[in-house]
Each structure stands twice: as C-alpha cells, then as structure tokens.
Design a protein around this ligand. Structure first.
Ligand code: SF4
Ligand code: SF4
Length: 366
C-alpha cells in the first residue's frame, strides 16, 4: 500500500497539524482541519453544475421539459408534445412526404445533433458529462463520502481502508455510527431515483398525487418498490462497476476520448516523481473512480475529469514552494500521458508543467 511509504517528515507534519486541529473545536473550521480541506474553485463549480443537473433530472418531467408519456404514446420536449405524426399518417391526414419530413426533422435531426455534440465534447474533454453533470455520479460521490466515514473505504469491495489522515489535509475519523446515515442515504437516493424514473414514463402530476395520498396503483407501487430495491443493490454494491462498464453513455464517451491522443487528461510531472515519496498517494485516495491518476491514459479509461486528484496534489503542496505534480494537460502536452505506453516516451513541449520556483535541492526534474 502506497500510504505506508510516507516519510517520517510528512508524517510528523501531519500529526502536528492534526494535534493543532483537534486542540480546539474552532480550529476544525480552518483550512487543513476539516473532514476535507476547503475545496478549490473547480470543485465548487463542479458541485454547482452537479447539483443543478440533479435538480433538472428531477424537475424535467414535472415541467414537461423532457419525458415520454406512455399514456399518450409520445415525447414531451421543452413543454411541447413531440410527435412524429404517425397517427395522422395512418388516418390519411398527412402524406408520405410530410411523414418523411417529420421523421427527418423531428427524429433524425435532433438525434444527430445530440450525438454529434456528445462526440465533440468527449473527443476534446473525455467523460466531462460523467464528472460534471451525471446524476448517477453525484450519487456515487455522495455514498462514497458517507461510506468512508463509516468504514474508511469508498467501496465495500476495497481491501484496505484509506488512511484517516492524509498528506492533503483530509481527516476522516471512521465511526461505525455513520453506517446508519450511509444506509439512509442509499435508500433515499434509490427511492427518489425509482419515483423520478416513473415520472419520465407516466404523468408526474398523477404519480406525485398518488404517492402523497397513498393511492398508487398496483403497477405504480410495484415499479417504485422493485426499482428502489434494484437501486439499493446497485448503489451499495456496484455503483463504481456501473460507471466503469455498465453505462452506455459513459462507455461511449471513454471510447471517443481514447481515440484522441490530444484530449484533456490528467498529467503527471514524472521528472519529479521522487517527490511522491514524501506523500501518501493522496491523489489516489481522492479518486472517486478508484483510479491511479499517475498512470498512463489506457489505465485511466474511465476517468471522469472530476479533477479531485489534481486538487489533492495541490493541497499536498499548499505550503510547499514547489508546484503540485498533477495538472490537466491538453493538445501536445497530453501526449505525455496518451502516448506513453508500451515503452514509448514522447517528446512534449518544455512548458507543459509549471517551472519549479524553490524548495529543497531534490525539487529539480530528474
Ligand atoms: S483520475 Fe483524477 S480526474 Fe480522473 S476520475 Fe480520478 S480523481 Fe477524477
Ligand atoms: S502526485 Fe501529488 S498527491 Fe499524488 S502521490 Fe505525488 S505528491 Fe502525492
């Protein structure tokens, strides 16, 4: 385990910081003392995007922004009924030409625009949708957070718990009582997901009215009950697995991203890798997808561009004149990660990583 490689110096610094943090309750509010140190601007922006999209996920069917109505057998899009005119064609109200035009303009055109946009974003920035918008990934990160407080692990399948104190200032005191909260969060999310998914298929007004008045029909109750149960199993045991290999949207983004060697990627200043010996792999502990951010691109296939590893490394170097070792790279610089495979060591511009402005003698790039 990497976190056993912490040098005495950094361990002492960390212990000194923890002693300070716990000496007075007020100190816990200071940077470096709370459960995680204050998040950087990128993580605040990401939280705002994810929260906004999660609300949109819940509200979209309610306001007919997007849903399929099984009773009326057509979509709603931006409050308008979205029909292809099949019924009108069958009854002879529109010609075959008009029907074909409808198919082109109302089906293939919007579908083509959405797919092209998705491919373009993934080509340049990878699984940006996953890390910055996806409501499932918000659930993954929230459950990770509480599961770590309850067990020290981000997943039940992890072999070893993460360290309670990390070089990036993270302090997570593990207490069994958090299992109750973790369980409630899992059940709560599962129930919300099952109800919301039903409102994408049946009129939301009817579903919420029936739910709040305990008048759900047998099929509605069955859908919500079975859905909740399946989500409980998935969120508890297989949420990372689903993000990695079970989600078609995620998989498609990864495949497109892998095709572009110059796409945005987490880069590692390998010339200074000896400095990681002073750290406890905080970047790896920060990764919600359980990846090793210092690896080559092939091993980062499911990276969601959440940048939490970059933030962790920033915090490790908060009081260090030397810059962090992880940075987001793009274009020619990204080749350092994407082409570094099977013994290849690509030439990259000299300014891909920030200059070293100070620090101990060993701060030079090797
Ligand atoms: S490797 Fe870094 S950017 Fe990618 S998912 Fe993990 S923490 Fe996020
Ligand atoms: S890259 Fe940064 S956070 Fe990761 S082990 Fe090295 S110093 Fe620590």
């Amino acid at each position: 385990m990497c976190h056993r490689n912490v040098t005495n110096k950094s361990r002492l610094n960390r212990h000194a910081r923890n002693d300070y943090c716990h000496s007075k309750p007020a100190n816990l509010a200071e940077p470096g003392c709370s459960g995680r140190t204050a998040v950087n601007k990128i993580q605040r922006q990401r939280l705002a995007w994810r929260t906004g999209f999660f609300l949109l996920f819940i509200l979209a069917p309610i306001f007919n922004l997007f849903r399929f109505d099984l009773e009326q057998n057509h979509f709603y899009f931006l409050t308008f009924p979205w029909t292809l005119g099949i019924d009108a064609f069958k009854s002879g109200d529109i010609s075959a030409m008009e029907m074909a035009l409808n198919m082109g303009l109302r089906f293939f055109l919007p579908l083509g625009i959405i797919i092209s946009l998705g491919i373009w974003v993934s080509w340049k920035w990878g699984r940006l949708y996953c890390g910055w918008l996806c409501p499932h990934f918000s659930v993954v990160e929230t459950i990770n957070h509480f599961m770590r407080k309850a067990s020290g692990k981000l997943s039940l399948w992890d072999r070893d718990p993460l360290p309670e104190d990390q070089a990036d200032g993270t302090h997570v005191h593990v207490e069994k009582k958090w299992w109750w909260v973790t369980g409630l969060v899992i059940v709560g999310f599962s129930f919300v997901w099952a109800v919301v998914l039903l409102t994408y298929l049946l009129p939301p007004r009817e579903i919420y009215y029936n739910l709040f008045h305990a008048q759900l029909t047998r099929n509605q109750a069955l859908f919500i009950g079975v859905g909740t149960l399946l989500f409980i199993i998935e969120f508890t045991l297989a949420r990372h697995l689903f993000c990695r290999f079970g989600c078609v949207i995620g998989l498609a983004q990864s495949l497109v991203w892998m095709g572009n060697k110059k796409a945005l990627v987490v880069g590692f200043d390998r010339g200074r890798s000896n400095q990681c010996a002073e750290c406890d792999a905080s970047c790896e502990h920060a990764c919600p997808m359980r990846l090793k951010p210092r690896s080559i691109k092939r091993k980062m296939f499911t990276c969601t561009q959440c940048m939490q590893c970059v933030e962790a490394c920033e915090k490790v170097h908060e009081n260090d004149p030397r810059p962090p070792l992880l940075h987001m790279l793009q274009d020619q610089c990204a080749l350092d990660v994407s082409l570094r495979d099977f013994g290849l060591k690509p030439e990259i511009p000299t300014d891909c990583f920030p200059p070293i402005s100070g620090g101990p003698k060993d701060s030079s790039r090797g």
